[in-house]
Design a protein around this ligand. Structure first.
Ligand code: HEM
Length: 377
């Protein structure tokens, strides 16, 4: 499609229509220009034709200038600098979780990684550990309702249950936290003065934070481990030089692109490679394709942990650039640091299983056997 149909019109059996954008330059253009491409008609493909009830309230579904008012007070809580203060706690939490994995020789990396964001975002948002399992289940259902392992009845029912459970949970948290003291991100969001948010705005943005964290990071963890298993020279390179971990993380993000598609709606006719998007049309940006665009990345289908520059758009581009990017990078860096230092060797122990989703590209299972570093002879 990148070569032959860079702007591809797709009509679904029920008559709904969307255009697919697959080239890097076009993807950046669509994501970067909120005047020509609004997020307020829904930013996910499964909202096609339905719109988004959270438009104008939730970051991802709000255009500037209101978007800036919602985002500004949050930005400072998620910068690399703000996170430095929590880095030691994050490392401890990751080590604790890894200790259970390293206790046995068989390890399902994909299953294990599902809890990892809770140990990190859960820490920043102060989600009590006893709630992690439920939150992981609900966010999993919300992000990939068509996945047989998560499905309850059909996809639509699964999505409805997940939304209800998460919104109800966060509404309870809202009431409890406003009545008690603390300094976590949720509380600061709930009590901030600048731009004063309503309860509904706080709840939908907390929902977005939890979904953003839980639906994506685990798949970069598992997908990058799989890439290392498939490219043993790259595993040996990073083991030999752990300073390569930050570059490995960037290549892992490009390679896995877990948030694989985002939706926008055109305002006015807009010309892109391969044709014109008509006014009001839905446009799906395929991030994974943009990140393997041969016009923007040399030898894009090579997993190369020394790739520089690596201007991937796994975290998006423009005003909606991922709020959690620093947190995700910190999590991934710490995880691969610990892996490289703690594990001598890894081997595939069964068939990896892919997640059924047109939004999240990821794995549900990645069984491996591990040989721990101290077992070396
Ligand atoms: C590997 C991990 C992650 C990836 C690949 C990823 C990817 C993305 C992408 C592509 C967007 C842009 C969406 C759009 O343009 O419509 C986005 C937005 C967002 N992400 Fe992430 N994300 C990750 C981790 C996180 C984490 C850890 C958090 C929260 C702690 C988070 C919270 C958000 C939020 C709130 C937005 C909406 C920002 C806005 O609209 O201004 N993400 N993410």
């Amino acid at each position: 499609m990148r070569e032959h149909a860079p702007l591809h019109r797709q009509e679904l059996p029920d008559g709904r229509v969307f255009y697919s954008v697959t080239r890097y330059e076009d993807a950046c253009r669509v994501l970067g220009d909120h005047r020509k491409f609004t997020s307020e008609g829904g930013s996910l493909l499964n909202q096609l034709g339905h719109g988004d009830a959270a438009a104008g309230k939730m970051l991802a579904a709000t255009d500037p200038p209101r978007h800036g008012e919602l985002r500004r007070p949050l930005n400072s809580l998620f910068t690399g600098r703000a996170l430095e203060a929590t880095e030691d706690r994050i490392r401890k939490a990751v080590r604790l979780l890894l200790a259970t994995a390293f206790d046995s020789t068989e390890w399902d990396v994909a299953q294990w990684a599902r809890t990892l964001p809770m140990a990190v975002a859960g820490l920043v948002l102060d989600i009590p550990e006893r709630h992690w399992a439920d939150v992981v289940t609900w966010t999993g259902m919300a992000a990939a309702p068509e996945e047989p392992e998560f499905m309850v009845g059909d996809g639509a029912t699964t999505l409805a249950i997940a939304h209800c459970q998460l919104i109800e949970y966060l509404a309870e948290q809202y009431v409890t936290r406003r009545a008690t003291a603390g300094s976590d991100v949720l509380r600061r969001l709930m009590t901030m003065r600048d731009g004063e948010l309503s309860q509904e705005e706080v709840v939908v943005n907390c929902y977005s934070l939890l979904l953003g964290a839980n639906a994506t990071t685990p798949h970069t963890v598992a997908g990058t481990v799989l890439a290392l298993l498939e490219h043993p020279d790259q595993w040996r390179a990073v083991q030999g030089d752990p300073n390569l971990v930050p570059l490995l993380v960037e290549e892992g993000l490009r390679w896995t692109s877990p948030a694989s598609s985002f939706l926008r709606h055109a305002r006015g006719d807009v010309r892109l490679s391969g044709g014109t998007v008509p006014d009001g049309a839905a446009v799906a940006v395929w991030v994974g394709s943009a990140n393997r665009d041969e016009w923007s990345f040399a030898d894009p289908n090579r997993f190369d942990i020394r790739r520089q520059p690596n201007r991937h758009i796994a975290f998006g581009a423009g005003p909606h650039y991922c709020l959690g990017a620093s947190l995700a990078r910190t999590t991934l860096r710490i995880f691969f640091d610990e892996l490289v230092h703690g594990v001598d060797d890894l081997a595939l122990a069964g068939e990896p299983r892919r997640l059924a989703s047109n939004f999240i590209a990821g794995l549900t299972h990645l069984p491996v056997t591990i040989c721990r570093a101290e077992e070396r002879v």
